[in-house]
Write a protein that binds this ligand. Structure first.
Ligand code: C5P
Length: 230
């Protein structure tokens, strides 16, 4: 089995709360995901602060706009100390290619990731927005567009990896949110798997938020998830 790394989704309100959590969590964690909640409140300075604490940063902004606008946003963000960045692959082939061109020119090591179908969506919700494919088929379609564009990874549920692995595993990194340890609350997530299942199915990285930062002991939650991944 290939190695699978844990990313903590730091979806908190205040910097003080987030710094306190990070100082209690131990030294085993390498990756922190900063998403829309903290980036919209605290901006690029917060990204630099967390990077200065020694973490690798996954900036999850899920960019989705016309190709020129997304390319310019990737250009602006390339000055930040980030290792991963997301864009919505439903923005289309041209948008993905424009973003990837900027990555290759300015920050070739950046793991740019095409978000496929959100793990909070199921078939009924996809149908409601006019997509008749199942989540699994739609993720497969979008993974194909991402692979063609040269963008090096995707975000999907680990549930979809059985079909994606054989066709795209050599080319794409798989980052999978929607992770819940056995018995944990699903919250708003629909397509969930356990950390151990995600690792077995071939995730390169799992993203976990609430099961860690809402745990009575976040440090113990991290230890237990990392044990599951081995
Ligand atoms: O708290 P929880 O573990 O559900 O957090 C999952 C994180 O992964 C959130 O920050 C969410 O924005 C992100 N995410 C997701 N589904 C995707 C892409 C990102 O849940 N398809």
């Amino acid at each position: 089995m290939k190695s699978c790394e844990l990313i903590l989704a730091l979806d908190l309100e205040s910097r003080t709360e987030a710094v306190a959590l990070l100082s209690n969590i131990g030294t085993d964690l390498k990756w922190i995901k900063i998403g829309l909640q903290m980036f919209t409140s605290h901006g690029p300075d917060w990204v630099k602060q967390v990077a200065d604490m020694g973490y690798q940063i996954f900036l999850d902004l899920k960019l989705h706009d016309i190709p020129n606008t997304v390319a310019k946003a990737v250009q602006s963000l390339s000055h930040l100390p980030i290792g991963m960045l997301t864009l919505h692959s439903s923005g289309g082939a041209e948008m993905l290619a424009a973003a990837n061109k900027v990555r290759l020119e300015l920050k070739p090591d950046l793991l740019l990731l095409g978000v496929t179908v959100l793990t909070s969506m199921n078939k009924a919700q996809l149908n409601r927005i006019g997509v008749s494919a199942s989540p699994k088929d739609q993720v497969y379609n979008l993974a194909g567009a991402v692979a063609e564009s040269g963008v090096p990874g995707i975000v999907c549920s680990a549930k979809e990896l059985e079909t994606l692995g054989p066709d795209f595993g050599a080319q794409l990194k798989f980052v999978t949110p929607g992770i819940r340890p056995a018995g944990a609350s699903a919250d708003d997530q629909k397509r969930i798997v356990t950390p151990a299942q995600a690792a077995t199915l071939g995730s390169n990285f799992i993203v976990v938020g609430r099961p860690i930062y809402k745990a009575a002991s976040p440090a113990e939650a991290v230890q237990s998830i990392r044990k599951d991944l081995q």
